[in-house]
Design a protein around this ligand. Structure first.
Ligand code: ADP
Ligand code: MG
Length: 365
């Protein structure tokens, strides 16, 4: 769900700088997060995602800049006085306590709540995460997925305005992770609170988020909705980190560009164009081109080449194709069609491609 841009941000970060001694971990972060949004911080390990999340939670002070939550300056406010709650990567569950005791842990100091009220809140939270009836179980007897749910319930029971999730699914196997992704989306819609997810998994971010901030080296490189990020990456780093992109040497002259292996085209035909002159780099995604099977025709443009690698995935096949006039092979992903053979290495291939799927990048990145 995307809210109108004029909605007052729930979280506003301005000019955030964070030093660990000499090390410059956050380098000028400006960020607005809207109420009710599923927001992700995505980037490679060490780029500052956890540091930024801890800055929002208040576990980490900033060296410079301001943190505003719900219109209030919270830059110097401790974590327990902020409307945020965090689900840690490690879950941090107490194994000697029951599931209900774990979930109710944060309520124990709430003198305004009697035992019955607490129990209702714990049961509601367990219900939200699909663990109704598990309250009396020992926390040490849970599977990985169940421990994850307990950690979520424990954070939700406090009814925070913002739930901060630091790589919450990284310890789960692929099937369980995919299942929990769907459940987290459902949960976020159900409770309507703002989720901020930290992940280094681009697929996870694309699947789950309303908007994604891609981070490199303590900076936000691009902030956009999933589709915009995938289709119009701002630079080569983002294009490489989100999905796969083929990069080809290119040369701009006037209003035309020549791309190695693909040939000559007008700049106005391209999907998006960085302002550039002379030698540069063009890119296209593997699924935007197709190999033509014998007898197949196309209204797209055609490049000639040879299949140099075949990777079979069942539903898909990845083909590496060495195009004429281009040393480095390009990767093409094709959906397998029942009854049609997978091409073999060495096959002469015709590649149907479209200039509308080609992006031009600045030469440096
Ligand atoms: P990410 O979560 O994106 O993997 P982090 O935010 O954990 O990255 O860390 C960003 C950088 O800051 C890393 O280089 C890390 O080594 C460094 N860093 C994180 N916490 C500390 C700390 N407490 N002291 C010194 N350096 C730290
Ligand atoms: Mg981290």
């Amino acid at each position: 769900m995307s809210l109108a841009p004029e909605t007052e941000p729930l979280i506003r970060l301005r000019g955030i700088q964070k030093y660990y001694g000499e090390y410059h971990a956050l380098r000028g972060i400006d960020l607005d997060i809207r109420p009710g949004e599923f927001f992700s911080l995505l980037g490679p390990s060490g780029c500052g995602k956890t540091t930024l999340l801890r800055t929002i939670a208040g576990f980490e002070g900033v060296s410079e800049g301001t943190v505003t939550l719900g219109g209030q300056d919270m830059t110097r406010v401790p974590p327990n006085k902020r409307p945020t709650n965090m689900v840690f990567q490690s879950y941090a569950i107490f194994p000697h306590l029951s599931v209900a005791q774990n979930v109710g842990f944060g309520l124990r100091k709430r003198s305004d709540l009697n035992a019955a009220a607490r129990q209702t809140m714990v049961e509601d939270a367990l219900d939200m995460v699909g663990l109704d009836g598990y309250g009396s179980r020992g926390a040490n007897a849970l599977s990985g997925g169940q421990r994850q749910r307990v950690a979520l319930a424990r954070a939700l029971v406090l009814r925070p305005k913002v739930l901060l999730l630091d790589e919450p699914l990284s310890a789960l196997d692929k099937k369980m992770r995919e299942q929990m992704q769907v459940e987290l989306i459902r949960l976020q819609r159900q409770v309507g609170i703002t989720f901020i997810l930290v992940t280094h998994d681009q697929e996870e971010a694309l699947v789950m988020s309303d908007r994604i901030a891609v981070m490199f080296e303590g900076e936000i490189a691009q902030l956009a909705e999933a589709e915009a990020l995938y289709r119009r990456p701002i630079d080569r780093r983002v294009a490489e980190f989100i999905g796969t992109m083929n990069f080809l040497p290119a040369s701009v002259s006037g209003d035309r560009v020549t791309v190695a292996g693909l040939g000559d085209m007008a700049l106005s035909e391209l999907q998006s164009t960085a302002t550039t002159k002379g030698d540069t780099v063009a890119g296209f995604r593997p699924e935007t081109a197709t190999l033509l099977f014998e007898g197949q025709t196309t209204s797209d443009r055609v490049a000639e080449g040879t299949v140099s690698e075949v990777v079979y995935f069942g539903d898909m096949t990845y083909y590496d194709v060495t195009l004429e006039g281009c040393e480095q092979p390009v990767r093409i992903s094709m959906r397998n069609v029942f009854g049609r053979p997978v091409l073999e290495i060495g096959t002469r291939a015709r590649l149907a491609w479209s200039p509308g799927a080609v992006t031009l990048f600045r030469p440096g990145g």
